[in-house]
Design a protein around this ligand. Structure first.
Ligand code: FAD
Length: 478
């Protein structure tokens, strides 16, 4: 590690290479604090060229490297390696170009998601994908996770808003992947690859025109089942709202305690529905919406931007707010078909009661993207394990209903073990072939996404005999 550090110091300014054990611990986990590892060394490059040089040195030394943006990931994707280099993009925060004629912006990877919208809002534009962490999460992290957000129901995920990406490949080359490139959609493969195919160093994002009209409605229901049925009915009626978010009673209690959002008292569930588009269309959809939500005991319509922000305040702060009602919690991220929402939510409730573990539900209901918050007291013996069991059983429910083990938070290190529940060994082998085409030496964020550190060059298919790595206990057989 010492020779490696010396090589890195020869490439970067002194204060951009961190080896002090106390400072290294700042980077030992991301938003998922359950998994921790102190990085071998941390570097904070200023430019793409510096990132490329660092990656080349990693190749020379054969050490793994992990990219990190703002560290808000919730699946341990940016978990560092003790024997490796953590490449943090927080100094690469320049907005390089705003080109409204072509409705795009070119930005460095450390730029925060919200900073893009803030740079163009006055001119009537915005960047559509809006994770709840948008004030702090980096666009590089968004690309790596294919992040979503409340408004992705109508406008699509990050992949629909990235036009090009300059990347440092795992062997240290600087190349550009462009949506307009003929041939295979390599940009599409890169988005959502969780740092396993290289590091994004420059991103061209699509800007969207701000809608003519926006109406934000809060509907309070007595039960979560009624709320779930309303979601299916809204989509079934052909309305595609900009967002449909749901919170259950426990999530409302947490938000109330943290930010006093003043949602209707006694609600078993609230729906936040946002309609946007041309004025006439929004008005027509609003009439339909009020009919569909006639079972709600209160409908609140935001009269202006301040009231709209007040409605969103509870939802946007819900994850952090849960800290007010529980010492520890696991944020899950699964998907189910929208029509299964009422049944799956009832099943989650049963799981919660069986295991004596509270579960708060706050989620992107329109996408069927659940974010159950599994609450536990880490001081209570066995509570963490019970919460893990409930959390895993929720993912099983999602798969059983034809959904997915992750909607937008990535697989990371946390959900790698669930991948075989969704994919066959052949599926995983095929994904490994893609990964190995970019990263034959397996140095770029190893140990993430895939449950087994398989070797590049291995031919997919029925395994013959026990692999030496499996025999030595370093890898597990799928
Ligand atoms: C309170 C809260 C709310 C959230 N809400 C949402 C939400 O609504 N929707 C949503 O999708 N997510 C949400 N998230 C999850 C998280 O914010 C997103 O996954 C975000 O995209 C992570 O960005 P980051 O910069 O923090 O990435 P990090 O956590 O630093 O890294 C995430 C992954 O990206 C890789 N990576 C980082 N930078 C690069 C790069 N330049 N090139 C290649 N790989 C890179 C890392 O190796 C890692 O695998 C939330 C998180 C929190 C804490």
């Amino acid at each position: 590690m010492e020779t490696l550090t010396a090589a890195l110091r020869s490439l970067l300014p002194h204060d951009s290479v961190i080896t002090d054990p106390v400072r290294l611990r700042t980077y030992e986990c991301d938003g998922l604090t359950y998994h921790r590892a102190t990085p071998g060394v941390v570097v904070l490059p200023d430019t793409a060229e510096q990132v490329a040089r660092v990656v080349r040195v990693c190749n020379d030394f054969g050490v793994p490297f992990v990219a990190r943006g703002s560290g808000t990931g919730l699946s341990g994707g940016a978990l560092p390696r003790e024997d490796g280099v953590l490449i943090v993009t927080s100094k690469m925060r320049r907005i390089l170009e705003i080109d409204l004629d072509n409705r795009r912006a070119v930005v460095e990877p450390g730029v925060t998601n919200l900073a893009i919208t803030e740079a163009v809002r006055d001119r009537g534009y915005y960047y559509a994908p809006d994770p709840s962490s948008q004030q702090v999460c980096s666009i590089g992290g968004n690309v790596a996770e294919n992040s979503g957000g409340a408004h992705c129901l109508k406008y699509g995920f990050t992949v629909n808003h990235v036009e090009a990406c300059e990347i440092v490949t795992p062997n240290g080359d600087l190349v550009t992947l462009d949506r307009m490139d003929p041939g295979y959609d390599l940009l599409g493969a890169f988005v959502g690859s969780e740092g396993t195919l290289g590091i994004a160093t420059k991103i061209t994002v699509r800007l969207s025109r701000a809608p003519e009209a926006v109406t934000t409605v809060l509907a309070a229901f007595e039960s979560i089942e009624q709320g779930g049925q309303a979601v299916s009915a809204i989509i079934g009626a052909g309305i595609v709202p900009a967002a449909i978010e749901m919170m259950d009673a426990l999530a409302i209690e947490a938000a109330e305690a943290a930010v006093a959002c003043r949602y209707p008292e006694g609600a078993g569930a609230v729906l936040i529905v946002e309609l946007d588009g041309p004025q006439a269309e929004v008005e027509r959809q609003f009439t339909q919406l009020t009919e569909i939500c006639s079972g709600a005991f209160e409908l609140r319509v935001a009269a202006d931007a301040a009231e709209r922000a007040a409605i969103w305040k509870g939802r946007k702060s819900a994850f952090a707010a849960v800290g007010r009602i529980s010492p520890a919690y696991i944020v899950q991220d699964g998907v189910v078909p929208r029509t299964s929402l009422p049944g799956v939510l009832a099943a989650i409730d049963r799981l919660s009661q069986e295991h004596g573990i509270r579960v708060a539900n706050v989620f992107h209901a329109g996408d069927g993207n659940l974010h159950p918050l599994v609450l536990f007291d880490d001081a209570e013996p066995g509570a963490g394990e019970r919460a893990e069991v409930v959390s895993g059983a929720i993912l099983d429910l999602c798969v059983e209903h034809g959904g997915s083990i992750t909607g937008e938070h990535g697989v990371g290190v946390d959900k790698a073990r669930y991948m075989p529940k969704m994919f066959s060994a052949d599926d995983l082998d095929t994904m490994q072939l893609v990964r190995c085409a970019f990263d034959p030496r397996g140095l770029s964020n190893p140990g993430k996404v895939f449950p087994t550190p398989r070797l590049c060059g291995e031919v997919p298919g029925v395994r013959k005999g026990v692999h030496p790595l499996v025999e030595s206990g370093k890898a597990e057989q799928l």
